[in-house]
Design a protein. Structure first.
Length: 70
């Protein structure tokens, strides 16, 4: 998992076409704005799980290093 720090009105860009912006920080809640192509579904995790009937897949460890095969 990649962990980033962002302040209000700062953004991150994913795959050149998805932008996530911190819209508001109030207490322990953060409001995010997400701009993504229409063909990319964006759901809260609990909605995703309700739709698919299972927890969302966790992303593989991005710190893992592939070893060459002899």
């Amino acid at each position: 998992m990649l962990v980033l720090s962002r302040k209000k009105n700062e953004s991150i860009v994913i795959n050149n076409d998805i932008t996530v912006t911190v819209v508001e920080i109030r207490g322990d809640k953060v409001r995010l704005g997400i701009v993504a192509p229409k063909e990319v579904p964006v759901h809260r995790q609990e909605v995703y799980e309700a739709i698919h009937g299972k927890p969302a897949d966790t992303e593989p460890n991005s710190n893992a290093v592939a070893k060459p095969v002899d």
